[in-house]
Write a protein that binds this ligand. Structure first.
Ligand code: SAH
Ligand code: SF4
Ligand code: F3S
Length: 449
């Protein structure tokens, strides 16, 4: 390799939007160090897997990928090329040292709170004779330490405002992988949002594992709520849309509900996971709310913003779940009416209380319940989209489509919509007449002025 050839990194992201955001920040930090990105593994001097530990499948996928990466590393070594292999994210945090035992090709294990140290640690791996494992939860704000300027790859940008979780739902690894709840100060978020808008963002999605528990320090040193933060960001010229996720029903405060009525930039979409419609199961999950409380909360939100689109997460086959509990969940879904949802089979996670509960449910039963639940949710999603047919909706165009002259954007309700049009629409908002509605996407044409 010649001296002038820049080093290349290959970065693969698993899991939630928080990981997507972290990957963007790592990419920015690496760009600053002179790295360029490659999508070809055998060209990568540095391979980073940003991993997810939420379900067994997600975590196991990492090890099959690492097997392939080891082969590439060996092949490259034969050509005299060195490869640094790093595992970041929630598997790194949860399994630490164990990763290097299972896959010795791994040079660096780095937890989600240590990314500001990435460049330094990569440099150290090339001189170290052993693996480096860095999974401390430092008391400082990692984002403040990541000084690289923000870039945007889409008009819709992610911005992490809160990290970690103190809720300890009995099925969930997040409180262990991301640590205690922590909110970034308003001033830092405001500055980053302005940087993103300056770089071309038109929409910002505020992220947190438990984003509506946000309680960052405001400019006067007092505690700001998520509603306060949104009101402040709504003053940024050029920022057309604000969204936030993921919210916990217990933290859906009155001021946040009111913000949905009062702040036009706040989009009428809310991802509010309920997990189950059975009070017995909700209690075992430690969700700290009942099905009736969730339904009442939805009614209050809809009173403030009648057209709001609701989304949720569901777990089927939690330990002890009976057919009746599963039916209770279907009843809740029918009572609420969701625009979209994610649903999962319960996956026992090491170290979480529910993994040791009695009454683990058979996989075949889980599969059956999941199918039934998804059929109901899919019908609701189609019905929600069908309501848009013939109407006009403002669409923010995020990217070009696969067909020539096709653009893909989102409606205020987060529906994906495809539009054929001349010129360049990416980054602009236009009114679109919806002329086709399917379950996962809409199609339309630009409305006549
Ligand atoms: N903070 C969010 C969810 C974070 S994890 C909340 O409180 O709702 C995203 C989703 O993964 C969860 O909502 C849950 O539905 C699912 N999930 C988490 N742990 C799981 C497990 N052990 N098995 C199956 N699904 C799980
Ligand atoms: Fe996990 Fe969400 Fe529960 Fe926190 S509130 S423990 S992130 S499911
Ligand atoms: Fe997965 Fe960690 Fe997100 S476990 S869902 S990547 S917080």
């Amino acid at each position: 390799m010649t001296q002038s050839e820049p080093k290349a990194y290959y970065l693969k992201t698993f899991g939630c939007q928080m990981n997507v955001y972290d990957s963007e920040r790592m990419a920015e930090a690496l760009a600053r160090q002179g790295y360029r990105e490659t999508t070809e593994l055998d060209r990568a001097d540095l391979v980073i897997l940003n991993t997810c530990h939420i379900r067994e499948k997600a975590a196991e996928k990492v090890y099959s990928d690492l097997g392939r990466i080891r082969d590439v590393k060996i092949a490259r070594a034969k050509d005299g090329r060195e490869t640094v292999v790093a595992v970041a994210g929630c598997v790194a945090q949860a399994e630490g040292e164990e990763i290097t035992t299972r896959q010795p090709a791994v040079d660096l294990v780095i937890g989600p709170q240590s990314y500001h140290r990435l460049p330094e640690l990569i440099a150290r791996t090339t001189t170290a004779r052993t693996h480096i494992v860095e999974t401390e939860f430092p008391g400082e704000e990692k984002f403040a330490r990541m000084k690289a300027p923000r870039r945007v790859s889409s008009p819709s940008a992610f911005l992490t405002v809160q990290e970690g979780c103190d809720k300890f739902c009995t099925f969930c690894v997040v409180p262990y992988t991301r640590g205690a709840e922590f909110s970034r100060p308003v001033a830092k978020i405001d500055a980053e949002a302005r940087e993103l808008v300056e770089a071309g963002a038109r929409e910002i999605v505020l992220l947190g594992q438990n984003v509506n528990a946000y309680h960052g320090e405001d400019l006067r040193g007092r505690s700001a709520s998520l509603a306060d933060l949104i009101a402040r960001l709504a003053r940024i010229a050029g920022l057309e849309r604000i969204r936030y996720m993921t919210s916990h029903p217990r933290d859906m405060s009155d001021d946040l509900i009111a913000a949905h009525a009062d702040i036009p930039q706040l989009m009428p979409f809310l991802h509010l996971p309920v997990q189950s419609g059975s009070d017995r199961i909700l209690a075992k999950m430690n969700r700290k709310h009942t099905a009736a409380e969730y339904i009442d909360l939805v009614a209050r939100i809809r009173k403030a913003r009648p057209d709001i689109a609701l989304s949720s997460d569901f777990i089927v086959g939690f330990p002890g779940e009976t057919d009746q509990d599963a039916e209770d969940t279907i009843d809740l879904i029918e009572a609420v009416g969701f625009a979209q949802a994610f649903s999962f089979k319960y996956s026992p996670r090491p170290g979480t209380p529910a993994a040791g509960h009695d009454g683990q449910v058979d996989d075949a039963v889980k599969s059956e319940r999941l199918l039934r639940l998804q059929a109901v949710l899919e019908a609701q999603q189609l019905a929600f989209n069908a309501q848009s047919l013939g109407g006009v909706l403002p669409v923010l165009f995020e990217r070009k489509g696969r067909e020539p002259g096709e653009f893909v954007g989102r409606t205020p309700y987060l529906q994906l919509i495809r539009v054929a049009a001349d010129g360049e629409l990416v980054g602009t908002t236009a009114d679109v007449v919806v002329n086709d509605a399917r379950r996962v996407s809409l199609s339309g044409v630009i409305a006549e002025a």
